[in-house]
Design a protein around this ligand. Structure first.
Ligand code: IPD
Ligand code: CA
Ligand code: CA
Length: 276
């Protein structure tokens, strides 16, 4: 059923559902939020807004109508019911949804936020949608078929030999594990590091050849599922610090790295391991 859906017009239909959720629930609230429509979750950098909640509900309705029988694992749903996360390792296929990625930016009226949906079964990523609402750019990946943004094939390409490796990493603002922080804050010759923006947009930058890699210290499926497939289908790869492929169902050894090509991935893993 899923194969037929994706081989037919499923990719376009899900893209349309994401655009509609943006048009109905997200963009009308951009720079229009009232203070009472923004709340802190774990702290001042972990926010949720009425747009996050309503966009996830909206996607819940439209995605369920497109493919009945799937479970929706969304960031805000998991926040209310943490057991929902186990569904990623369950028998039913799942939609993995981050209704607004980069909520801090969205809530502060800055355009660097995204919306992400991934379709997965038994921990395998089958398709993904990464949408940048302000630019109105939709990037789509389908397992084994490639990645596109607005109909143009994406390829991460390769780094200029000898050039610094540009890496977006977990911001110390968001990272609570002191050992991982120490690792990511070390100065490493040949690596140009900066704090990550919206994770979804960073993955899109890698898949577009604008960024070499990301290194992250947290494994929430909704932050990474869509982007990891996008990067993989654009010719890149990912691995945990232990050298294993990242598992969206959790239990990864962290940090993990995603990069535009195998060579960059190998170099970064070596650096991470050499420092630890
Ligand atoms: C966050 C963003 C942010 C990253 C955080 C994520 P959210 O997602 O991707 O850039 O650094 O760690 O949690 O909470 O805005 O969906
Ligand atoms: Ca997110
Ligand atoms: Ca979010």
């Amino acid at each position: 059923m899923i194969e037929e859906f994706l081989a037919g017009d499923g990719l376009a239909k899900v893209g349309q559902a994401v655009r509609q959720a943006s048009a109905d629930e997200v963009m009308p609230r951009f720079r229009q939020l009232e203070t009472h429509e923004i709340a802190e979750k774990r702290g001042p950098y972990d926010l949720v807004t009425v747009a996050d909640r309503e966009a996830e509900r909206h996607l819940g309705r439209t995605l369920t109508a497109l493919l009945p029988g799937l479970v929706l694992v969304g960031e805000e749903g998991v926040s209310e019911d943490p057991a929902l996360l186990d569904e990623i390792n369950g028998d039913a296929p799942v939609w993995i949804v981050d209704p607004v990625d980069g909520t801090w930016y969205f809530a502060h009226g800055e355009p660097g936020f995204a919306m992400m949906v991934a379709l997965a079964h038994h921990g395998e990523l089958l398709a993904s949608w990464t949408y940048a609402p302000v630019r109105d750019v939709m990037a789509v990946a389908a397992r084994g078929r490639g990645a596109w943004a607005e109909g143009v094939r994406l390829t991460g390409g390769t780094r200029t030999p000898g050039a610094d490796i540009t890496v977006a990493t977990s911001s110390p603002r968001w990272t609570t594990d002191t050992e991982q922080r120490r690792l990511l804050e070390l100065e490493v010759p040949g690596v140009a590091r900066r704090d990550t923006g919206s994770a979804g947009l960073e993955y899109l930058r890698i898949a577009s050849g604008e960024l070499d890699a990301v290194a992250y210290t947290w494994e929430n499926a909704w932050d990474h599922a869509a982007g990891l497939l996008l990067v993989a289908e654009a010719g890149g790869g990912n691995a945990t610090v232990a050298g294993e492929p990242f598992r969206i169902g959790g239990g990864n050894e962290l940090p993990f790295v995603a990069a535009r090509d195998e060579e960059t991935l190998r170099l970064l893993l070596g650096l991470l391991n050499g420092q630890s």
